[in-house]
Design a binder for this molecule. Structure first.
Ligand code: PAF
Length: 285
């Protein structure tokens, strides 16, 4: 695996490969890699000639300094993991290399997607994500880029970024990877205390139970039911639960036929904020 920390070096290396008509698949990450990330790398390897992974903890997408300071950084182990799946190129720049002396996000208009859910609770988060993803796309110039659906709102926003800025890349959303007990894989899971880690699968279990109610109970009743489950839980604090239209991400009041819906949830497990989501469909049986 080739490892770069300089924008111009990785850009030059990849532009030669592109001139040779090689296709480039790209997996942007913030490191602390887990099997969910590796599944994106494997997918990219299947579909492209060259796979590039970036590891960069992007300061402009954190609204909470402590979360940024404590974000796990495990580059040595990440390199081992990437080598184990035969990743071709790793780009791991410093903050200065990306932002020079101005650590600031650009402002974006994502047609309102940025004001829903995570946007309400994490100020400026999606401007930060838009800034870094656009910058990385301009450096790597991938044909295809792979993102996990755990951050479903992020995925929709990146699709919007690509559409609005006419970036020549196809954005692919890949299934959520879960631990055996159902907890969605996340780099933040390593920061959970033992008791919070044991409690956390309750989030997935509650989503699954709520899904069974979809189409039987109305949206308001399901939301109230979920809130009640978390009120009773001694270790988990619900920040939000909402059922939304998959394309607009707007909370729904009523269920209409032929629309795709998804439930979104954010929960504090002690200090650690966890998110998850699940597609909700009317059951036909
Ligand atoms: O999902 C992430 O890990 C990050 O938000 C991303 C897309 C790598 C941008 O920093």
């Amino acid at each position: 695996m080739k490892i770069f920390d300089s924008k111009s070096d990785v850009e030059n290396y990849l532009s030669e490969l592109k001139n040779d008509n090689k296709t480039i698949g790209f997996v942007p990450t913030m490191g602390a890699l887990h099997p969910g990330h590796l599944s994106l790398v494997k997918r990219s390897k299947k579909k492209n000639d060259i796979t590039v992974v970036s590891v960069f903890v992007n300061p402009t997408q954190f609204d909470n300094k402590e979360d940024l300071d404590k974000y796990p950084q495990t580059l040595k182990n990440d390199i081992k993991l990437l080598e184990s799946v035969a990743c071709d190129v790793l780009f791991a720049p410093s903050v200065e290399e990306i932002y020079e002396d101005r650590i600031e996000a650009e402002k974006f208009d994502f047609d309102g997607l940025e004001f829903e859910m995570e946007g309400k609770f994490r100020d400026g988060h999606f401007d930060g994500v838009g800034t870094i993803v656009k910058t990385l796309f301009e450096i790597v110039k991938p044909n295809n880029a792979y993102f996990g659906k755990k951050d479903f709102q992020q995925l929709q926003i990146i699709k919007k970024l690509v559409e609005k800025h006419q970036l020549p890349v196809k954005v692919k959303g890949m299934p959520i990877f879960r631990e055996n007990d159902g907890l969605a894989m996340s780099s933040r899971n390593t920061r959970l205390t033992i008791e919070h880690r044991e409690a956390a699968p309750f989030i997935y279990k509650t989503l699954k139970k709520a899904k069974k109610k979809f189409g039987i109970k109305n949206v308001e009743e399901i939301e109230a039911w979920v809130m009640k489950q978390f009120k009773k839980h001694p270790l988990l604090d619900l920040e939000y639960f909402t059922i939304a239209d998959e394309s607009t991400l707007k909370t729904i009041k009523n269920i209409a036929p032929n629309k795709k819906y998804r439930a979104f949830i954010a929960v504090f497990a002690g200090e650690i904020r966890l998110i998850d989501n699940m597609q909700f469909k009317i059951q036909n049986n």
